[in-house]
Design a protein around this ligand. Structure first.
Ligand code: R1P
Length: 290
């Protein structure tokens, strides 16, 4: 049985996980993840009941019920470095006994759906489209630090992508990972597009936005938009978290996926900063289907 010393799993004095400040009994098996701590209140505004409301740094957590289903909503902030913290602490809350610091004998599976915002890269995903990240390409490198990365990633896709876009060897090796297929079927009906999402490790340069500092490769986005994998997959959108969420969840045995509303079209150079209604609609759809 695996045992975790204090330095590896830091537990606060009140028995909660180090960053999230959530205690094991406060976590539901069904989890909604959002980037913005303020969006947690928006999700919880649909709840019938609330049992806890905890804020710590960018991590805001509310557990409650929606139409009788117990759901936890957590904000993760921006970036896959935060996803590493959130997914590891959620998994620890579910699968490590915080009294004995031992792995629990019975595995408890979590279902996690990230609801986010994203920039579209193809004409068939205009502003307002809901895009599920059926596959994610991680520019962030987080998964490369975990054993088993090669067993869960699509190595052939990675090679085809790197060759096509002339990947710079100074950048972290990209990893290609699928969302949980069953969960994608459960959530992704009708109005949603299934796509390939790049999780970038930055908002500006790593997504090809050039402000005052020139980019290492000005043509990268053009190559990304033109890339077509052998089975017809094209890259649909940019965001910053889906890769590590899908990858870590797969390595741990949890079910996870990301769905985003498109708020900018990078090809047409349009953006819509007034996306509140579209994210609200998406939240209600996911709450009904999770
Ligand atoms: C960048 O502005 C942030 O917005 C997107 C990106 O993934 C990144 O987190 O998602 P969220 O709206 O969910 O935060």
């Amino acid at each position: 049985m695996k045992h975790f010393p204090e330095s590896e799993l830091i537990i606060n004095q009140d028995g909660s996980a180090f960053h999230l400040h959530v205690r094991p009994e406060q976590l539901s098996d069904k989890i909604i993840l959002v980037g913005d701590p303020g969006r947690v209140d928006l999700v919880a505004s649909f709840f019938d009941t609330k049992e806890c409301d905890i804020s710590s740094r960018e991590f805001h957590t509310i557990t409650g019920t929606y139409k009788g289903k117990r759901i936890t909503v957590v904000s993760h902030g921006i970036g896959t470095d935060n996803i590493d913290i959130v997914v590891n602490e959620l998994d620890a809350l579910a699968n490590i006994d915080f009294e004995t610091r031992n792995e629990k004998p019975e595995f408890r599976q979590l279902t996690m759906v990230r609801i986010g915002t994203s920039g579209g890269l193809q004409p068939h995903v205009p502003i307002g489209t809901f895009v599920i990240s059926e596959k994610s390409i991680g520019f962030d490198g987080v998964l490369n630090f975990y054993a088993g990365r090669n067993e869960v990633c699509d190595l052939e896709f990675e090679k085809a992508f790197c060759d096509f876009v002339e990947w710079n060897s100074l950048w972290a090796a990209p990893y290609v990972i699928d969302a949980d297929k069953e969960l994608v079927e459960q959530i992704g009906k009708g109005e949603m597009v299934k796509g390939v999402t790049i999780s970038a490790n930055g908002f500006y340069g790593p997504q090809g936005r050039e402000l005052r500092v020139p980019l290492a490769d000005k043509n990268l986005n053009k190559k990304i938009e033109a890339f077509k994998y052998k089975d017809g997959h094209v890259i649909t959108n940019y965001e910053m978290e889906s890769s590590a969420l899908a990858g870590l969840s797969k390595l741990m045995g949890h079910k996870a996926m990301t769905v985003c509303t498109i708020i900018a079209n990078r090809v047409a150079h349009h953006a819509n900063s007034n996306y509140k209604n579209s994210i609200k609609d998406l939240i209600e759809i996911v709450l009904d289907r999770i």
